[in-house]
Design a protein around this ligand. Structure first.
Ligand code: ADP
Ligand code: MG
Length: 427
């Protein structure tokens, strides 16, 4: 067929041309040819690094492969741009089948809307500039060791798309709510579309940021988000690294995680920095919505606790319900703490003492600033710190529980050399 991939109006042309280079168009035409998708009928999001399109998959059986035709001109007006620097939503590109449904003999017997296979195409942009600032996610990522095709943007972009597919599958097989990844071809990722509606009046599910959430559901969703964060870290051994209300869709009453091309192994040297910022976004979001959240320090401890929350104590047995129960327990403790602090402060004031500094507030500030080493390799002076622990002064070490420093005991004859031995391990 011809290679007419048509763009509806001039204002969108520049955006679309960046993505739909000839090679990308060829990939899409092959998908149409194979019958993986039947038509591409709308742009859901145009972002800095990728555009997302809605496509319709073939109805169950014996579907004819449609031909592409020129688009109609009944463009929906672009949605009002919001003030955020995030992807804007437009409805711009339309690929339409010319075998429109006037063939009544092939009319489906059941309501077509229930049969529609909605598909999302995430098309990564292939321009070099876009990927310059992505290096920080790749450094130290073992899956990229030995070959990061930095000189070839197409190859680089392809790696990102493949990585997103792998991360989606890994999360899905750990039971997380993420779109099912269907396939990836170079810079085009094909996945399930999260939304609703029939073939013609579909709608993408909103981002958490934009979703109309009944206020009484906020508490439950806050627990859900913590369960998700722990599942990503503890079950998938990943850190999302761009986790926020922009990359979570509110779909069928639940939170669905998307945009995982930059997610990193939890062993990545900067994993804890990314994790802390992920957790902060979640905590801030729900606190602004009036939820009494755990705060960053407690959230971090909950998510990274390297110990199964299952009754059996086995990591493989830990379920979302176990994690949710633990969150409820921590929320109860936090509430008790707050009440106790208030009581103590009131008592101190009654005794005429100077008002104590609230430990939680200052602890939170320290934690938010602290450098969190991922492994002993990264501890600035491991030997000094280990000796501190051995002298029983390790309590102040933020990372003591995480890195296992707290569990080091003097063995045999070796004392201070422990740090060097640890460095040999590739953790
Ligand atoms: P980026 O932020 O890098 O542009 P995302 O993966 O976050 O890419 O996708 C951009 C937007 O596209 C999302 O905010 C969401 O609105 C929409 N989107 C992405 N994937 C899907 C999907 N599977 N189903 C429905 N909408 C999606
Ligand atoms: Mg995004």
């Amino acid at each position: 067929g011809s290679e007419k991939v048509l763009v509806k109006d001039k204002s969108d042309r520049a955006t679309n041309e960046q993505v739909l280079d000839p090679r990308t168009r060829l990939i899409l035409f092959k998908m149409l040819g194979r019958g993986l998708i039947e038509r591409i009928d709308g742009c859901v999001s145009t972002g800095k690094e990728a555009n997302v399109y809605h496509a319709v998959g073939p109805p169950a059986e014996g579907a004819e492969v449609p031909q592409l035709v020129d688009v109609d001109s009944s463009a929906a007006p672009p949605a009002a741009a919001d003030d955020e620097p995030e992807p804007s939503r437009t409805t711009a590109v339309r690929f339409a089948p010319d075998t429109a449904a006037d063939d009544s003999t092939s009319a489906p017997l059941v309501d077509p809307s229930s049969q529609v296979k909605h598909i999302a195409l995430k098309i990564f942009k292939t321009s070099i500039l876009v990927f310059k600032d992505r290096d920080r996610y790749v450094t130290g990522e073992f899956r990229f060791k030995g070959g990061y095709a930095r000189s070839n943007p197409r190859k680089m972009v392809r790696l990102w798309a493949e990585k997103e597919l792998r991360n989606l599958r890994r999360m899905r097989s750990a039971g997380l709510r993420v779109p099912e990844a269907i396939e990836v071809r170079e810079n085009v990722l094909v996945m399930d579309f999260l939304g609703q509606g029939g073939a013609d009046e579909w709608q993408a599910s909103p981002r958490l940021k934009d979703a109309q959430i009944p206020p009484e559901q906020n508490h439950a969703l806050y627990i859900e988000i913590l369960v998700i964060l722990r599942a990503i870290f503890y079950r998938c051994r990943l850190v999302h690294a761009d986790f926020s209300e922009y990359n979570i869709l509110y779909h069928q009453g639940h939170l669905w995680v998307i945009d995982v091309s930059q997610s990193i192994e939890h062993e990545h040297p900067a994993a804890f920095d990314f994790l802390r910022s992920d957790l902060k976004n979640a905590d801030d979001f729900f606190r602004k919505r009036g939820v009494d959240t755990l705060g960053l320090t407690r959230t971090f401890a909950f998510v990274t606790r390297d110990e199964s929350l299952a009754a059996s104590g086995s990591a493989a047995d830990e379920t979302d319900a176990d994690a949710a129960r633990e969150v409820e327990r921590l929320l109860g403790l936090a509430a008790d703490d707050a009440a106790r602090e208030e009581r103590e402060q009131a008592q101190a004031q009654a005794r005429g003492e100077e008002e104590q500094q609230r430990p939680t507030a200052s602890d939170e500030a320290v934690f938010a600033q602290a450098y969190i080493p991922r492994t002993l390799d990264q501890v600035y002076d491991a030997e000094r710190d280990v000796e501190k622990v051995l002298r029983g002064e390790g309590k102040g070490l933020i990372y003591a529980d995480i890195t296992g420093v707290a569990n080091i005991h003097l063995g045999g004859g070796g004392g201070g050399k422990k740090g060097d031995e640890e460095e040999e391990q590739d953790v």
